[in-house]
Ligand binder design. Structure first.
Ligand code: SF4
Length: 349
């Protein structure tokens, strides 16, 4: 390896290093794309120009919505609050069942450099405040691929008292995780399965970097929740779900685990696709998590199926009741159970 590491200049340049063979390696995510002049990385939104890599989507917002934070899903971060949620084009995964493929799956010749609405970080913060949001969410696609803009927004948001949350596949490099952590309140990481085979075949990625980042963000003091979309026949065996639950419980049993229901979509649709996840399967996954010692396991995407409420892990009292993404009541008092005074893990104020 030769040359110096090129760090973000706060706007366009990406973390990268020049290699002996003249390529430039992107060091933003676990793919480590090695690029020659004019070529884009796997995410489709990062290009080599001269001796550096540039983000093609800095400030180019393709989706922005005011969402309940429960929609991320984050159930232990300011419950019932609104989060200003943004995305650009692009993603570093190729999930066959992507629910946002129209904005995430970018061909390498697509004109993304003039896409969307051009916003500055201070615009995002102002819009969040004007709409009574308490946080900014970087979501819908993998936010690591628009890291330079997300980071600048995070800094601006912290300055104005807002929290920042990532909804992520957890594939960023250690360097990025460490730089981001001081301005990030919470992250929901998709743990899509517990086999490298699934990650390679279904997502075009690998498992280990995701596991590493779940551990890493906890160590860095960022609040972590984890989501697993249960896909019949692909990741729903008792053995695999037990492995996931045991892995999380081994880090910290207070990590909330969201098991959510899949619907056929994008390339995982048609007659050969797995059927939608049954309620029985979600209940089973939730029970496995509880049996392995996790304190908070939520069954999502199926309102009314139960399993969306937050209970005290000590006395069992229901503390926060939810209907889908709506908090219908909360008895939490200063982050404690009002019945037994047990501290409930989370970011409550
Ligand atoms: S961020 Fe994009 S260019 Fe960089 S390593 Fe990941 S996929 Fe490749």
């Amino acid at each position: 390896m030769t040359g110096t590491v090129s760090k973000s200049d706060g706007r366009r340049a990406s973390l990268s290093v020049v290699l002996d063979d003249g390529t430039i390696e992107c060091q933003v995510c676990g793919h480590g794309c090695r690029l020659r002049e004019g070529k884009r990385g796997l995410c489709g939104v990062r290009v080599r120009r001269g001796d550096r890599l540039e983000s093609l989507v800095y400030g180019r917002i393709i989706a922005e919505h005011i969402d309940p934070i429960e929609k991320k899903p984050l159930f232990h971060v300011l419950p019932g609050s609104l989060s200003y949620s943004i995305a650009t084009y692009g993603c570093n995964f190729r999930c066959l069942h992507c629910q946002n493929a129209s904005i995430s799956q970018v061909s390498r010749d697509m004109d993304v450099e003039s896409s969307g609405i051009l916003r500055k970080p201070e615009d995002i913060v102002r819009l969040a405040l004007d709409n009574t949001c308490r946080s900014v969410s970087y979501t819908y696609v993998e936010p690591t691929i628009f890291y330079e803009f997300a980071y600048d927004c995070c800094v601006a948001a912290v300055d104005r008292g807002l929290k920042n949350v990532f909804v992520s596949n957890g594939y960023m490099t250690e360097t990025i995780a460490k730089e981001l952590a001081p301005v990030l309140t919470a992250i929901n990481i998709d743990l899509k399965a517990f086999t490298d085979d699934f990650y390679r075949k279904v997502c075009g990625a690998r498992l280990q970097p995701v596991l590493d980042n779940i551990v890493r963000f906890r160590e860095l003091g960022v609040w972590v929740e984890v989501t697993t979309l249960i896909i019949p026949g692909l990741n729903d065996s008792t053995g695999e779900l037990t492995q996931i639950a045991s892995f999380l419980a081994g880090i910290d049993p207070s990590i909330p685990w969201h098991v959510t229901g899949y619907y056929p979509t994008y390339k995982m649709s048609g007659t050969t696709a797995p059927p939608p996840t049954s309620e029985k399967s979600l209940r089973m996954a939730r029970q496995i998590g509880l049996d392995r010692g996790l304190h908070h396991v939520y069954a999502g995407n199926r309102p009314g199926s139960g399993g969306e409420d937050t209970s005290c892990p000590h006395c069992g009292a229901i503390l926060i009741s939810r209907q889908g993404f709506r908090v219908s009541s909360s008895r939490l008092k200063n982050g404690k159970c009002p019945d037994c005074a047990r501290d409930i893990a989370g970011i409550w104020s």
